[in-house]
Design a protein around this ligand. Structure first.
Ligand code: AHR
Length: 503
């Protein structure tokens, strides 16, 4: 008799959460470390295109099908003059970049980034500086990027070689304005007021844009969630989204506790949703504020190394976390959490995209490669488009240092009605045992199993390097579909993607 652990799940096409907004598969490029210089842009690299962008990196980003990329920060934006980054490159100033204490040479700016985004088929999510600057710089920037022609700023853009507007539709009103590390930190009262007024001016220039207001920098901030409540109370009618940021790490080397951290993310999302809806009720408003989880990832591996970095250099290797296999599992669970909240989380940006806490790494003048976390992000971005379904899951559970009743199995499902495809994403968090899962899929009559992709590794600490990709998926998962029931064996500590299609 088998003693293996068992779990069961019902996935029914009528248990729908909401259509997945593809922007939840967004990412982020900040002028930080080697994200821009040495990452997406390296004119002397053998793979550089005519504009200096690395084609190898463009290829890796395109494979991910990243729909939207946040830019130019991050903390950096709070002391950034966007005007420094436009016009003839040789005239652009070198500046002290105060957030990360480096030198910014401004060889890439708004226009180049918009070009790069086109090359990777992504939209730009642009952030304005509400730290050292404010309404005026913000309304000028949007006139520069979005107004067709015939005015000072739109003609300046045209004189810089960009005849057509960039039409950037999504805008962040500053970044982490509650943080003491932010240049121009603001109380919620101060921030709410400037977000409202800058947002109002920006929408007067282009009423078609969507605006993201800053929430708290993370759940440990002393003013969370009051910061969100006060900001929205002031700026409710001007903004469309509130931002959430959160990073996790396995600092105490407790994998069971670490792998449960998406429960914290789940709680965070529920709290911010409730806060938005409280202000909605207070204002008797018909409008619903959605969530933009525009910074999320694992971030801790590089913390010590970053303390050794010499200040005031150009593009030093900052925040270069080397991700291991267990990080990929948590990233998979975080993505699952977004799908479970597809009704309110309408944007999310993995922070970041290249070199800086990123799924893609590069060597200056050398190779580029995929970190472990690339894979769950890839799978979800490619196969997670459609309607998010609500799996009714029954899983064995465990307790860890910070969490109780953690299901060993995490799951989300997406039904792509057009393609007649169902994708089921599953993490088995059990450190030692496989789990036999049975899935009732009877509502998907006629569907056949396409593949069961698995990311697994004996060693939770295994990493990928430029020389060797030791953590990569295979398609030999053990699954069988019979009479509307899928039976599958989920290997211990594994990320699984099970795909079905109506044939
Ligand atoms: O993504 C790295 C940094 O983390 C961002 O600049 C900032 O917004 C956050 O604190």
């Amino acid at each position: 008799m088998s003693h293996s652990l068992k779990a069961s799940m019902i996935i029914d096409k009528s248990y729908q959460i909401a259509p997945v907004d593809e922007r939840i598969y967004g990412s982020f490029i900040e002028h930080l470390g080697r994200a821009v210089y040495g990452g997406i842009y390296e004119p002397d690299h053998p793979e550089a295109d005519e504009q200096g962008f690395r084609k190898d990196v463009i290829n890796l980003v395109k494979q991910l099908q990243v729909p939207i990329v946040r830019y130019p920060g991050g903390n950096m934006v709070s002391a950034y003059n966007w005007e420094d980054g436009v016009g003839p490159k040789e005239e652009r100033p070198r500046r002290l970049e105060l957030a990360w204490r480096t030198i910014e040479n401004n060889q890439v700016g708004t226009n180049e980034f918009a070009d790069w985004a086109k090359k990777v088929d992504a939209e730009v999510m642009m952030a304005v500086n509400l730290g050292t600057r404010g309404i005026d710089a913000a309304r000028n920037l949007i006139e520069y990027t979005n107004h067709p022609k015939g005015t000072y700023w739109s003609e300046l853009r045209r004189s810089h070689g960009y005849d057509q507007p960039h039409n950037i539709k999504t805008w962040c009103l500053g970044n982490e304005m509650d943080g003491p590390w932010q240049v121009g930190q603001k109380t919620a009262q101060e921030y709410g007021k400037i977000a409202k007024e800058a947002g109002k001016a920006m929408k007067l220039v282009d009423p078609t844009i969507e605006l993201v207001a800053c929430g708290s920098s993370n759940t440990d901030m002393p003013t969370f969630p009051e910061y969100e409540a006060t900001t929205l109370d002031i700026a409710y009618e001007e903004v469309d989204f509130i931002s959430l940021h959160q990073y996790y790490g396995n600092r105490t080397n407790d994998p069971a506790n670490y792998l449960a951290k998406n429960l914290d993310m789940d709680h965070f999302i529920k709290t911010v949703t409730a806060t938005c809806d409280y202000i909605k009720a207070k204002h008797r408003s018909k409008k619903t504020i959605n969530l933009s989880f525009d910074e999320w990832n694992v971030w801790y591996h590089s913390n010590e190394a970053d303390k050794q970095i010499e200040p005031w250099t150009v593009a030093p290797p900052q925040l270069e976390d080397v991700y291991n296999f267990e990080d990929a599992l948590l990233v998979g669970s975080m993505l699952i959490t977004f799908l479970q909240h597809a009704d309110r989380v309408k944007m999310a940006c993995m922070a970041q995209l290249v070199n800086v806490i990123a799924p893609i790494m590069t060597e200056n003048s050398g190779r580029s490669w995929k970190q472990t976390i690339y894979y769950p992000y890839l799978h979800m971005s490619i196969y997670g488009r459609g309607v998010a379904l609500k799996p009714i899951l029954s899983s064995p559970k465990y307790d860890s240092k910070d969490f109780t009743d953690v299901p060993y199995v995490d799951s989300a499902a997406v039904f792509n009605e057009e393609e007649e495809e169902v994708s089921i994403f599953i993490v088995n968090k059990h450190l030692h045992e496989s789990i036999d899962l049975s899935v009732d899929l009877r509502s998907f009559e006629g569907f056949q199993l396409v593949e069961h992709v698995v990311l697994e590794h004996e060693n939770l600490k295994a990493v990928n390097t430029s020389a060797e990709e030791s953590v990569k998926p295979h398609s030999h998962g053990i699954s069988e579909l019979q009479d509307g029931y899928l039976t599958t064996r989920l290997s211990k500590t594994s990320w699984n993607v099970i795909r079905l299609k109506n044939s």
